[in-house]
Design a protein around this ligand. Structure first.
Ligand code: ITT
Length: 201
């Protein structure tokens, strides 16, 4: 562990943290909460702004390499909600279960039992608080949200999200399988290539 580079992940979401530990095996992953870092309110109008803010706050407080992830679920039939409000869709301090039930209700209001949807993850890696050139990467996962929920793996909307061409929800697959196809997994692949090209220069 001693010779691994440490990355502070700017999240309080345990589900994301576990995924990053799996997706970045060659790094030593620590959470911002283990360093007592308090996140700022998310006021950005884009995933990019929020992710940059998360990485910057963690990097400023720790002085270390920091990774922000702002992510969410976009349902075009619901005017692109929950979108930026994914973590707070039902109300400000909503649990994952409350958010899923709220989404189910909103779909049912439109008499839909499923709708096209996609997940997005926007990552920002900052080397230091004053890094003038943070690395960005975006990953998408297309599929459907359904009012039938299956499985209890993962977190957030996973039990009601069915990737395109899949009969099973993200809640029914294991963490390794999710890592291979998820928005976060795709964004990490892009980010890793950028880190490699950066460090080989
Ligand atoms: P941090 O800000 O501390 O990272 P958060 O959960 O508030 O935690 P976001 O603001 O990025 O993070 O909100 C993302 C929400 O989108 C998350 O709470 C889930 O509801 C949903 N989400 C994102 N990625 C997901 C995934 O892989 N599976 C299921 N739901 C996901």
């Amino acid at each position: 562990m001693a010779d691994q580079t440490t990355i502070v992940v700017a999240t309080n979401n345990q589900g994301k943290l576990k995924e990053f530990a799996l997706l970045l095996p060659s790094f030593h992953i620590i959470s911002q909460s283990s360093l007592g870092i308090i996140p700022e309110e998310e006021l950005g109008e884009t995933f990019f702004e929020n992710s940059l803010q998360k990485a910057r706050v963690a990097s400023t407080a720790s002085g270390m390499l920091s990774l922000g992830d702002d992510s969410g679920l976009i349902v075009p039939a619901l005017n692109n909600l929950p979108g930026l409000r994914s973590a707070r869709y039902a109300h400000e301090n909503a649990t994952d279960e409350e958010n899923r039930q709220h989404l189910k209700k909103e779909l049912e209001k439109l008499e839909l039992n499923q709708a096209k949807a996609y997940f997005v993850s926007v990552l920002v890696l900052m080397q230091a608080p004053a890094d003038p050139f943070p690395l960005f990467a975006t990953g998408l996962l297309e599929g459907f949200v359904k009012t039938t929920m299956q499985g209890d793996n993962g977190f957030g909307y996973d039990p009601m999200f069915y990737p395109k061409d899949s009969n099973v929800s993200l809640g029914e697959i294991g963490p390794d399988e999710k890592a291979l196809l998820s928005h976060r997994g795709k964004a990490i692949q892009i980010l890793t290539r950028k880190i490699e090209s950066f460090t080989s220069e």
